[in-house]
Design a protein around this ligand. Sequence first.
Ligand SMILES: O=c1ccn([C@@H]2O[C@H](COP(=O)(O)OP(=O)(O)O[C@H]3O[C@H](CO)[C@H](O)[C@H](O)[C@H]3O)[C@@H](O)[C@H]2O)c(=O)[nH]1
Length: 331
Amino acid sequence: MADNEILVVGGAGYIGSHMCKYLWRRGYRPIVLDNLVCGHRAAVQWGPFIQGDIGDPETLDRVFSEYDIKGVLHFAAYTCVPESVDIPLKYYGNNVANTINLLQGMVRHGVNRLIFSSSCATYGVSDGTPMSEDHVQHPITPYGRTKWMVEQILDDVESAYGLRAVCLRYFNAAGADPDGHLGEDHRPETHLIPIIIKTALGQRDFLSVYGDDYPTRDGTCVRDYIHVEDLAQAHLLALERLLAGGPGGKYNLGNGDGATVREVIERTRGITQASIPVRFEERRPGDVPVLIGSSEKAIRELGWRPQYSDLDAIIETAWNWHRRYPDGYPE
Ligand SMILES: O=c1ccn([C@@H]2O[C@H](COP(=O)(O)OP(=O)(O)O[C@H]3O[C@H](CO)[C@H](O)[C@H](O)[C@H]3O)[C@@H](O)[C@H]2O)c(=O)[nH]1
């Protein structure tokens, strides 16, 4: 057994796989547990892989017994906001009930450090200015409520069992591995930047823009896009703080700046030199006009220093990966 083993639940997925590479580069051994419902086996390249589900206590017991897990990074969640409106029980079942099962496994095995992937969706509607962590949390979608519920559960679990958790509230994760080995491959894809790129590659005839009548500068939604590599950096800083005996906490991870859907399309046109046909459609259920995060707390307390804040850098890394792997990961 090594003393540098970190369990990465959902490590075959988009953010989880980038995290594993980041951990490996810094001398940790990522142990990936993933059921491959959303993840890709080919994205697991930096440590052992166990195919299994956090909903299964026996799988958890096996993993926690076999490896000397120092901490857990939990990325295993369904993340599609509109789908959560249509099929909420799928979201409560996986994102909440299965997370409780994971927590029970951690408590059984005395593993007491967790980094939890939370979301800006826990805030609900904002007034358009960058939100700090003390902004009221009033999620408006089942997805947002699952993340909010787990945050509440973690507060209680810390008080009762001493399990320390850092909740990282991501804004819109985007971009790809700067080395070009890893990228974003959801099936079906619902996220804006990969869909724009697939349209640029000619894999889609047009891009649907959901709503152009929002109260924003050009009528389309504003989001704060944050590079996946910068997210990984924040996770490692939070983990190392816990490993050093530091406290848990809740942190936003965003750039403090937003781009509209139209602006993201324009920037992608500039980078790809493709025309990218667009059709305007009805608003999508669950979308809010503006989500921008202030990450002052993560910068101050965790020492987080995002390296890829520029939207062009985010789109360029995604474009490079999609050009290299136009059909995504091999199955
Ligand atoms: O084909 C598309 C896809 C998206 N959009 C728009 O682009 C914006 C961004 O949409 P994404 O689906 O890329 O991202 P979301 O803001 O919906 O979701 C992201 O933020 C959420 C929190 O609000 C969750 O954390 C979720 O997992 C994460 O991907 C939205 O205004 C959406 O309506 C389009 O116009 N056309």
